[in-house]
Write a protein that binds this ligand. Structure first.
Ligand SMILES: *Cc1c(COP(=O)(O)O)cnc(C)c1O
Length: 348
């Protein structure tokens, strides 16, 4: 963060429009240009993005959503928000992303969607996954909370599935404090999503404000009019967040490059270690890795050793079904359970 963000925030203060307004729309336009998507809708978190994306499809109650066993809670929680059931799919041992062979095993006729997660910035095998999902008639919602700016075969992650969801939470690749974005090329879907982020209202306050002096409006004096067209939520991004986002977006590539350079050093540094290896098959070209993660059989001892040296570590993530709340959705996820025990996240 630097003066760029502060200058943008100052503009918002000067305009005295802090809520959902021109900065949010500007940020959406810039985001579309950056990832080459046709429609983007800014919200107040990555979780809200995933929730709204799934809600827009209005799937019948109790249908199932395929999610990877190793991800952050939000990926699975949004299925429950929509009265759907998460089905936990094992991870691939090498990439730590959703396992295509286990997808085949976990799939049933009740499945309606899949939320692949580009975990830690490691892209899922989208070619195979899309072929499989489309063959089964599944909606694909890419969880890009860990990979803003990353690419897969020349396309930005989040533009390959039906819909892409991003997080700008304060720890992610780029930040707006809290924040998120939904992107899609499907105009009907985008039009459905827009009101869901703001109370289900078809015309938000900024749009109504803009129309005050528009003499082209059929019913002059009706600028105040709006309709509630669907069940909506208070999930909008506001202009303060968007002001930060506009500055952050300009340096997203640079920040991803800095992470790439740090990872390169780590990879050289651990290349001779017999007991430590990289968790992902790091492919750094056009990458947006959010984590530098290693695997070590003596994980807890290494964490303590590093702690004593003043080096912060963490673990991303314990398989969700090992948490009390998600236990009832437990399934066979042997890879996730065994790999998880070796994972350590190093500072990046
Ligand atoms: C952080 C994260 C989210 C949620 O994003 P928020 O902006 O914190 O709501 C969703 N999925 C994954 C994989 C994440 O890491």
């Amino acid at each position: 963060l630097s003066d760029d963000e502060l200058d943008n925030i100052k503009e918002v203060f000067n305009d005295a429009w802090l809520g959902l307004g021109p900065k949010v729309y500007h940020f959406e336009d810039e985001w579309n240009k950056y990832i080459k998507s046709e429609h983007s809708i800014a919200v107040n978190s990555g979780t809200a993005a995933l929730h709204v994306a799934l809600a827009a499809y209005e799937f019948p109650k109790n249908k199932k959503v395929l999610v990877p066993a190793i991800t952050f809670s939000a990926t699975a929680a949004v299925a429950l928000y929509c009265n759907l059931e998460p089905v936990f799919v094992d991870i691939d041992k090498e990439t730590l992303t959703i396992s295509l062979s286990d997808l085949e095993k976990k799939y049933t006729d009740d499945c309606v969607a899949i939320i692949p997660v580009h975990f830690g910035g490691q892209p899922c095998d989208m070619d195979k996954l899309m072929d499989w999902a489309k063959n089964k008639g599944l909606v694909v919602i890419e969880d890009c909370a860990n990979c803003a700016g990353g690419e897969y075969k020349g396309k930005k992650l989040g533009t390959i599935g039906d819909i892409g969801c991003y997080s700008f939470e304060e720890k992610k690749n780029m930040v707006t404090g809290d924040g998120g974005m939904i992107s899609t090329n499907d105009i009907e879907l985008a039009n459905k999503i827009r009101p869901i982020r703001w109370h289900g209202i078809d015309k938000d306050t900024w749009q109504r404000q803009k129309d005050i002096n528009d003499t082209n409006i059929e019913d002059f004096g009706m600028h105040w009019y709006y309709e509630i067209v669907t069940l909506g939520y208070k999930y909008n991004m506001n202009d303060l967040m968007a002001a930060i986002g506009l500055a952050q977006l300009k340096k997203l590539d640079l920040m991803n490059e800095m992470r790439k350079n740090a990872i390169e050093k780590y990879l050289v540094g651990i290349s001779n270690c017999k007991t430590i290896k990289a968790s992902f098959p790091y492919a750094l070209e056009k990458s947006a890795y959010w984590l530098f993660s290693i695997r070590c059989k003596k994980r807890n001892e290494l964490i303590i050793f590093l702690k004593n040296k003043g080096i912060a570590t963490s673990v991303h993530f314990m398989p969700l079904t090992m948490h009390p709340f998600y236990k009832r959705f437990d399934s066979n996820i042997d890879n996730a359970r065994s790999v998880y025990k070796e994972l350590i996240t190093l500072p990046l």
